[in-house]
Write a protein that binds this ligand. Structure first.
Ligand SMILES: *Cc1c(COP(=O)(O)O)cnc(C)c1O
Length: 430
């Protein structure tokens, strides 16, 4: 590893690479390259972030050696006393962070949290009303090949075709027609605020359970930059690694002790075996970070940066789905700027220039999911690096230059250099 790149890593990461270079140079080489990729590129993928060394190295610890099936003080294995302390810390901090009475910190991922939540709230074959993936929902909300689409009867609500916003009257009408057992709100590519209170009123009208999946916005909710799903949702699921900036994992929250009991049973033994205690400890550390005042500043800045990026792109002639953003993400419709420009091309050209994004379908996208007419951008990771509104204007012009030049080599190289300089001025947490 070159010195300049190694310097960008924290001390424990450098020690790890030194160890691995001796023991397993093949893995070490790929990991070193990935470290350089992360330090030298701008991460605009809306679901990603950069964790602190404390969160990262808690995951890479001796806690991985332990089986701790069960829950604190009710384990199926001996030797769990310290794991009980850690899991209790994670649960208590999660409850404090989200202002609710119950937390299960064991789900291995957001999708696994949803498996357990579905099992807790529904029987196989129950009707569920959700937003389909093509409109910004998540595959675990009812996509056919997913568990959700396999074991439940999924019905859709849609965004308003003109405004591309949630249309609560339409959702209420669909709820009346479908009479769902459960309604899901919370999305992967929706740039606007969610009115949880309104959703609860719709659910109550038809006697449905309201599930909020706040995977994307959890960090904004925790930092006070988006309204909370509590006390409106019966059950809340999330990932811990997106805007919340914790380890890769899932979390289930609720207020009702009866629901809490069901959730615990459906996580373990319902859908998982041994919990990942090294990840749960890292969740505790991340929740501790999110309880600090500085996390509120981060969450506020994530939203301010997304707004600044949105305005700058609009000034350059790009159309944003819904006309803007209220949260950390933007969905750019590339068609009005250049009818031939696809999301796949844009993603590839930008990556060559060191700007990492993902192609994303826009509502009613005429192109298939591997091509798309849209680009999803998020500001969580670059906000973690300390970038501010002025930098968003710089990034918007870089995005426009690369897409305008259609991958032209010299433009790409010029922007690549500009990206490197911006990255070096704003190192990852270290
Ligand atoms: C990311 C996401 C998930 C799934 O998270 P994984 O950890 O990748 O399983 C679930 N729901 C929504 C809305 C998401 O955006």
């Amino acid at each position: 590893m070159h010195t300049t790149q190694a310097d960008a890593l924290d001390a424990m990461s450098r020690d790890l690479l030194t160890l691995l270079e001796k023991q397993d140079p093949c893995v070490a080489a790929a990991m070193a390259l990935e470290a350089t990729r992360q330090t030298d590129t701008l991460e605009l993928i809306a679901s990603e972030n950069h964790v602190t060394p404390a969160v990262m190295h808690t995951m890479g610890s001796w806690l991985t050696n332990k089986y701790a099936e069960g829950y604190p003080s009710k384990r199926y294995y001996g030797g769990c006393e310290h794991h009980d302390v850690i899991e209790d810390l994670a649960r208590d901090r999660a409850k404090e962070l989200f202002g609710c009475r119950f937390a299960n910190v064991q789900p291995h991922s957001g999708a696994n949290a949803n498996v357990a939540a579905f099992m807790a709230m529904c029987k196989p074959g129950d009707r569920i009303l959700s937003l389909p993936i093509k409109s910004g929902g998540h595959l675990s909300h009812g996509l056919k090949p997913n568990f959700s689409g396999t074991f439940y009867e999924i019905h859709d609500y849609e965004l308003d075709p003109d405004s591309e916003l949630l249309d609560y009257e339409h959702i209420a009408q669909r709820a009346g027609e479908v009479k769902p057992h459960m309604i899901i709100c919370g999305y992967s590519a929706y740039p606007r605020a969610i009115d949880f209170e309104r959703f609860r009123a719709i659910a109550d009208d038809v006697g449905a359970v309201l599930m909020a999946d706040i995977a994307h916005i959890a960090g904004l909710v925790a930092g006070g930059a988006h309204a909370s799903p509590f006390p409106h949702a019966h059950i809340v699921t999330t990932t811990t690694h997106k805007t919340l900036r914790g380890p890769r994992g899932g979390l289930i929250l609720c207020d009702d002790p009866e629901i809490a009991k069901l959730v615990d049973r459906k996580v373990f033994p319902g859908s998982q075996g041994g919990p990942l205690m090294h990840v749960i400890a890292a969740k505790a550390v991340a929740f501790g970070e999110a309880l600090q005042d500085s996390f509120k500043n981060y969450a506020t800045q994530v939203v301010a940066n997304a707004s600044a990026l949105a305005e700058a792109l609009q000034a350059l002639g790009y159309r944003l789905c819904t006309g803007g953003t209220d949260n950390h993400l933007l969905l750019v419709d590339l068609q009005p700027r250049d009818a031939d420009l696809t999301g796949a091309d844009a993603e590839q050209w930008l990556e060559a220039a060191g700007i990492i994004t993902n192609k994303n379908g826009i509502p009613n996208d005429p192109r298939p999911p591997m091509v798309t007419s849209g680009l999803r951008l998020g500001t969580a990771a670059i906000t973690t690096r300390g970038l501010l509104e002025d930098d968003m204007r710089t990034i918007a012009s870089m995005l426009d230059r690369v897409m305008g030049a259609q991958g032209d080599a010299s433009t790409t190289e010029e922007v690549r250099q500009q990206v490197r300089e911006l990255c070096h001025a704003h190192p990852m947490p270290h």
